[in-house]
Design a protein around this ligand. Sequence first.
Ligand SMILES: [Fe+2]
Ligand SMILES: [Fe+2]
Length: 237
Amino acid sequence: MTENTLAVDSARAGAFAAAYPTRPIPAEGPVDTRAICETPSTSEFLDPIWKAVVTETRTRGNDIHLPISVAYAERLCDAYPSADRELVLVATILHDTGWAHVDESRIISEGFTGDWRKATIRYEHEHQGCVVARRVLPGLGYAPEFVERVTAIIEGHDTRHVAYSLEDALVRDADRAWRFDRAGIALASSWFSMDPATYTDRLAAEIVPELITAAAVEMATTDLARSNALLKTGVLR
Ligand SMILES: [Fe+2]
Ligand SMILES: [Fe+2]
């Protein structure tokens, strides 16, 4: 990354922070805190994209992670109607498709252990996700300018510390919110080789404070209470 790129990136992050000074960002609309299985994604216009990345959903539990994350993304868009809904949903579907194009044996060994947020494989999965977006979207009629907005969100969705836009923030929150649902806990705790109680403790201590929007905080904390009760994490520890 060049100095010039870094300056542009920090300017974008600064502009977004100035536009939304209150954190977490207060919801503009209704916040639905029901269990996510009550409101699966209903955006049929996304089906051609889903069909184009079926292969990419077969890696790293993407066929669980991505549909649940998109269901959360739809709720977040309802809570923040000023966001570009199509951009948020398309970026959420595609954000982790790059995992299918990296060395699978390194996903768990490097991507989920030690200083995993800085692991090289994390940068690689972001880059490969952008490659998938540029491969799939133009043929489905998406304009180059839209594709670039999608890839700007995918690039850095795990490794960048700050959001650049409301849409970027909603994708990042959807990518975290799914972990609080029981299915997310079941899958993600195994990636980190943690029992559910240890994992949910970590969600509360480390992931809730990372959420950018108040809607995501409300959904995540409600889900966490529900999941902890269901999985009896107060006892099974
Ligand atoms: Fe990711
Ligand atoms: Fe993800």
